[in-house]
Design a protein around this ligand. Sequence first.
Ligand code: B4P
Length: 194
Amino acid sequence: MLIIGPPGSGKGTQAERISERLGVVAISTGDIFRAHVKGGTPLGVEATRYMDAGDFVPDSVTNEMVRNRLSQDDAGNGFVLDGYPRTVAQVDYLDAILAAGEQELGVVLQLTADDAELVSRLLGRARETGRSDDNESVIRHRLDLYHQQTEAVVARYAGRGILAQVDGIGGIDDVTDRVLACIGNVLGAPVDGR
Ligand code: B4P
């Protein structure tokens, strides 16, 4: 499954919880990039200038990285992919990866929240963790990119009938309950709650 949402909507937070419940691996493109940045790899050096500015890392870099990650054994039984695809070109690329592996998407989950709430959450995270892309002007740019590019991704999946939308406002446990109920509806079988 995929988890899509604007920055600060709780993608990473909920992806971890869903992966535990479904017994599949959670894969976050943002986390993979941050691990490369921390390790000082060539990919990290390239990614950091885009991430710090709140821009998308180019599709040419991101797509290849995702293809490699999904080819690892732990993704063979399914995965929760967090933060990818964010562009329509990435949707096409993911379609090709899945078709080659004879895999299919079961659910695409979109977490929603209004921009004011998102900015407030991310400024809160900035105070706690000091993430370099969590300052107000960069946060607003990331939100603009979501509206300009990633909402078209959501529309694609809506057209395929596998989109589940969940209100991301409220306590983290409450959002998890909504998410699990929604996944159960799309899959046609309940997923255990907390
Ligand atoms: P990400 O790591 O995906 O960053 P994000 O959009 O901010 O989401 P994240 O998962 O971290 O935050 P969450 O909403 O869970 O991407 C970072 C950068 O990497 C991008 O800007 C881009 O440069 C690059 N990148 C990644 N994927 C890419 C792709 N496919 N193509 C190109 N470039 C790509 O949580 C945010 C905060 O809210 C947390 O502090 C959390 O504690 C809090 N929170 C969560 N749920 C809450 C709730 N219910 N109530 C209150 N607070 C809550």
